[in-house]
Design a protein around this ligand. Structure first.
Ligand SMILES: Cc1cc2nc3c(=O)[nH]c(=O)nc-3n(C[C@H](O)[C@H](O)[C@H](O)COP(=O)(O)OP(=O)(O)OC[C@H]3O[C@@H](n4cnc5c(N)ncnc54)[C@H](O)[C@@H]3O)c2cc1C
Length: 417
């Protein structure tokens, strides 16, 4: 148990977008922060994602229609969803929880919590972008979700009605308006939904690094190191780095993405964190004249305009943290995209895989550790980590300061499982 004077005020494990945003927020509040990451600043999942800055995307993934969709998804070995047979026994308890999270009462509670989080996130990001001078990285051209049949469009309406209840604007489009929003689409797309308030960022890696630069200007130190162990006592917490160095701190923040549950377990909390692995290919900007982010929900992927590039990707693969990537999944999405966007030049692509940190109810853990007031968890942001990062940073700051949190944190508590 650490007893010495702290060598660090706040230690954060993880320099993904969540750890970076928390570091910036804590530094703004005058705390002395050191962030430890084994691979540098914004180099893993937060670096290569699809750049959706989608405050309007509030629907939990589990829903009652899932039973209808899953067999179709699983039937295609390179389709939107795949489960490694060898991994299935380990995944089964998570799947059972996911299934229960789709019950109407659980789903509505998660939806309300996510909507509150996104409302906070939008205002927190506005402030953070202004203070850090990153506002120019925001793209506000909306997104276009596409459907291949009236039946598919009709099936989407329930979800749009749920969003409408939370004030999210959209309009269904067809024919000329659809073609104007994105010229050059395959005629197989008969309908679309345009979401004007859906934002993207110019490049998630550049945004993460720019917020980290801002945090550094406020005094945050980033250190490249692997954290091998964590512990906490009544006063101090401590981390042990691979190589043997040990660091005591007043406050410890665990923001280690899909690896966070391994650290939480050392602190006495069992968290059903899974990784939904995802893939993409980044093409030169000249590959297609892309007007805005396109969402092909039925096929589980999106196409995003970035600064100087186009990114095609998504999909969910359950295979754990250690299996090697299967880039055939990235290729399969690119092949589909070529059919959906005739004229797409799919050459010179760069493939990537990332680890979404996912909890069964699609909500993150933002919470004190159950046994240690000086340890704060901030992980599990799943499919959408970018928008809630600034809200999470704010909430971590509230917890660290012992202040009332900006939103009700009960739905995000670590003990809910
Ligand atoms: C294909 C794909 C597309 C996506 N698209 C979007 C999107 O469009 N919009 C969106 O908002 N989200 C998207 N996401 C999700 C988003 O990327 C994640 O939710 C988000 O990046 C999680 O951020 P994080 O900071 O929690 O984790 P990470 O970015 O994974 O950061 C955690 C960090 O912790 C470090 N770490 C872990 N363990 C240790 C240790 N023991 N010692 C030291 N360091 C450690 C890791 O090195 C890592 O850098 C997508 C994800 C994928 C895979």
């Amino acid at each position: 148990m650490p007893t010495a004077d702290p060598s660090v005020d706040v230690a954060i494990i993880g320099a993904g977008i969540v750890g970076i945003a928390a570091a910036a927020r804590l530094a703004e509040a005058g705390r002395q922060v050191v962030v430890f990451d084994r691979s540098g600043v914004c180099e893993e999942t937060s670096s290569g994602n699809a750049a959706a800055f989608a405050f309007s995307d509030i629907l939990p993934l589990a829903h009652k229609n899932m039973a209808r969709e899953v067999p179709r998804w699983l039937a295609d070995p390179l389709g939107p969803l795949s489960i490694s047979p060898a991994y299935l026994p380990r995944l089964a308890p998570w799947l059972a929880r996911f299934w229960r999270a789709g019950r109407p009462s659980a789903r509505h509670a998660a939806l309300a919590a996510q909507a509150a989080m996104m409302r906070l996130a939008e205002s927190e990001w506005a402030g953070m972008m202004e203070r850090s001078g990153t506002g120019a990285m925001l793209r506000e051209d909306g997104c276009l979700e596409l459907y291949e049949s009236d039946a598919e469009w009709r099936a989407s309406l329930e979800g749009w009605a749920e969003r409408e209840r939370f004030g999210i604007g959209f309009r269904h489009v067809r024919a000329a308006e659809l073609a104007a929003l994105q010229p050059g689409l395959s005629p197989r797309f008969v309908a679309g939904t345009f979401v004007p308030g859906w934002k993207t960022v110019a490049d998630p890696k550049r945004l993460g690094k720019a917020i980290a630069d801002y945090a550094e200007r406020l005094g945050v130190r980033f250190e490249t190191a692997t954290v091998a162990s964590v512990s906490a006592g009544a006063g101090l917490a401590a981390i042990g780095l691979a190589g043997g160095r040990s660091i005591a701190c007043r406050t410890l923040v665990v923001a280690a993405g899909a690896w966070s549950h391994r650290l939480a377990a050392q602190l006495g909390d069992r968290v059903p964190l899974e990784t939904e692995r995802g893939y993409n290919t980044t093409l030169p900007a000249t590959a297609f004249d892309l007007k805005r982010q396109l969402v092909f929900s039925r096929h589980g992927f999106v196409v995003t305009p970035l600064d100087g590039a186009i990114r095609v990707g998504g999909a969910v693969e359950f295979a754990g943290l250690d299996a090697p990537p299967n880039y055939a999944r990235a290729e399969a999405m690119l092949e589909k995209a070529k059919g959906f966007m005739p004229g797409l030049d799919a050459s010179d692509g760069r493939q990537w895989m990332g680890f979404r940190p996912s909890l069964p109810d699609s909500l993150p853990v933002i919470s004190r550790a159950s046994r240690h007031r000086n340890v704060i968890y901030a992980f599990g942001h799943g499919h959408l980590g970018l928008p809630p990062a600034a809200a999470t940073g704010r909430l971590v700051g509230d917890l660290a300061a012992g202040e009332t949190a900006a939103i009700d944190l009960h739905p995000f508590r670590v003990t809910r499982f």
